[in-house]
Design a protein around this ligand. Sequence first.
Ligand code: CAA
Length: 258
Amino acid sequence: METPPVLVDTRGRVGLITLNRPRQLNALSDALMDALGAALLAFDADPGIGAIVIAGGPKAFAAGADISAMADWSYMDVYQGEFITRNWETIRRVRKPVLAAVAGLALGGGCELALACDIVVAAESARFGLPEVKLAMLPGAGGTQRLPRAIGKAKAMDMCLSARQLDAAEADRWGLVSRVVPDEALLDATLALAAEIAAYSLPALMAIKESVNRAWESSLSEGIAYERRALYARFASADAHEGMQAFLAKRRPQFSHR
Ligand code: CAA
């Protein structure tokens, strides 16, 4: 039987997707990205899931796009096949929080996949890099766009133009990752964080994610106006009233995710 390119599991309200091509260091083939996109959309549509974790293996989160497939592609292949746009960008449609658990190498498309997640938890062994320049390619899955927004132009240029790799401590200092944990604690720590997040009101989480993402794509005035509308909309939510009433009654809130 063929090995599935991703493994899918649930832990309470958390959906766990594990990239599963360890012998190719989780190189992101089309089949893997199709399967990842399908798993993300399935968890996004599942009312029992409040947050999603994408994990790799101990040696590699992912070593980038699958060079063995790309090596033979022509311009027409990638243009007509909408390489990246067709399946890698599925993650942009996910409205629930997505966390990356990164150990080992996150290179090229692997680094870009982590950058597309909402929260990145890194193990001490994590290494982030965009080595595409070595192939005379470029980081084409959002790397040249998300990286400068995440860490600033000077650092992004350094990584893209020199293929410099960051270790976990540097990535943490530069704001590329959210937290660094020991390797042996990575999955448990990420799942625990995801469970903590998933216990909050789902529509509140989605509104927060939308609002923070809006900060990347709009002026401050537009972003603030968007945020204010999102705040006003919270007053139409049963959970927001429950949250505030529970606070006043000094009890735990019972969220209905409505
Ligand atoms: N694509 C396809 N196969 C890959 C791969 C990739 N990106 N990365 C590693 N592999 C394969 C290797 O070919 C090797 O396969 P075989 O055993 O069949 O030879 C296997 O995984 C193990 O790799 P190595 O033997 O090379 O392991 P290593 O520990 O010596 O080196 C490495 C690890 C430094 C990550 C090295 O494998 C490497 O440089 N990989 C390529 C990294 C890269 O350039 N990524 C960017 C891809 S381009 C991209 O992502 C474009 C984009 O923006 C979408």
